[in-house]
Design a protein around this ligand. Structure first.
Ligand code: RIB
Length: 310
């Protein structure tokens, strides 16, 4: 049987516009190249698992959409990546989630999410999702669905024997009863600093080990993987500290780079790759994703990642 990875999270239709410079408050700027691209942190991670785990890992996704055309499109995008979407259910209460995204010349973005149906997942749904986590070696979560539902689902995932990976994005403080259910926490710089109660900023390569140690000791999480964008990533637990450089690429759009990293890391670990190899695989996949515009449109196929690694 192939290893299984399960994802609970958001599905959004992304409305993407390219701009020269991101608009300041009160400013109107002219953009170009409008596109609708499947996104949502949860769906992006599931898509990354499906596309990058092609033939080697089986991926299941659980989430909520509305009764609309976006829902069909989002489910079709995941199904095309080989993801089992039978636990993506529709609700009449809200429309499918959408995200408005501006991308500037440097590949930096600003995102506003209207969560819609994603916020209809409730803690009480976790028990009915037990089958999604059954036999999964890894279960992936993010914070675009209600925190209490994430907490309840992480508990079920753990009861089913899965190791939990939480992407604390979008950044928000996390209570101990959530953190105690996390096996691997994968913050980027902004999220790491917020979780430590520090002002936003960049984390240098020299500061990274100190930040990783502080996250582990203050949050009590077993393994922290600090995602440093162009600075690569830092894996830290009691056994090992592994810094892995990023692959040099020309950035076009950083949307979903973190999601691609998480999906790639999960499938590589589920396949039994040693941690240093899994981290290189995840960095390569994330690096390739920033060379293209859009979320799921930018997630590379497995073969492209192996080519970059060879
Ligand atoms: O992480 C990128 C994602 O954030 C986008 O696809 C958008 O939908 C928002 O959820």
């Amino acid at each position: 049987m192939k290893p299984i990875v399960a994802v609970l999270g958001s599905l959004n239709m992304d409305f993407v516009v390219s701009v020269d410079v991101l608009p300041a408050p009160g400013q109107t700027v002219l953009g170009s190249g409008f596109q609708m691209i499947p996104g949502g942190k949860g769906a992006n991670q599931a898509c990354a698992c499906g596309r990058l785990g092609e033939g080697a890992v089986f991926t299941r996704m659980a989430g909520r959409v509305g009764y609309d055309l976006f829902a069909d499109h989002l489910k079709a995008s995941l199904a095309a990546a080989g993801v089992d979407v039978s636990a993506v259910h529709a609700t009449k209460a809200q429309p499918t989630g959408v995200a408005l995204i501006w991308v500037d010349r440097e590949g930096q973005n600003s995102i506003v999410v209207a969560s819609g149906a994603n916020h209809e997942i409730a803690p009480a749904d976790a028990a009915a999702l037990r089958h999604v986590f059954r036999d999964a070696s890894y279960a992936l979560f993010q914070l675009e669905t209600p925190l209490q539902a994430v907490q309840a689902a992480m508990l079920v995932a753990r009861e089913e024997g899965a190791r939990t990976i939480l992407d604390p994005a979008p950044a928000q403080p996390l209570p101990p009863n959530v953190l105690s259910l996390v096996d691997i926490l994968t913050p980027n710089e902004t999220e790491a600093l917020l979780l430590l109660g520090k002002p936003p900023g960049a984390i240098s390569q020299t500061e990274a080990p100190q930040v990783g140690r502080a996250l582990r000791s203050q949050l009590g999480v077993e393994t922290v993987v600090l995602k440093l964008g162009g600075g690569g990533c830092l894996w830290m637990n009691e056994k090992e500290t592994i810094a892995t450089p990023a692959f040099p690429v020309t950035a076009v759009d950083s949307t979903a780079a973190g999601d691609t990293f998480n999906g790639a890391l999960a499938i590589a670990l589920a396949e039994g790759k040693p941690v240093p190899e899994a981290l290189r695989f995840a960095n390569a996949a994330a690096g390739l994703s920033v060379t293209k515009i859009g979320a799921q449109a930018s997630i590379p196929p497995r073969a492209d990642v192996f080519k970059l690694l060879s």
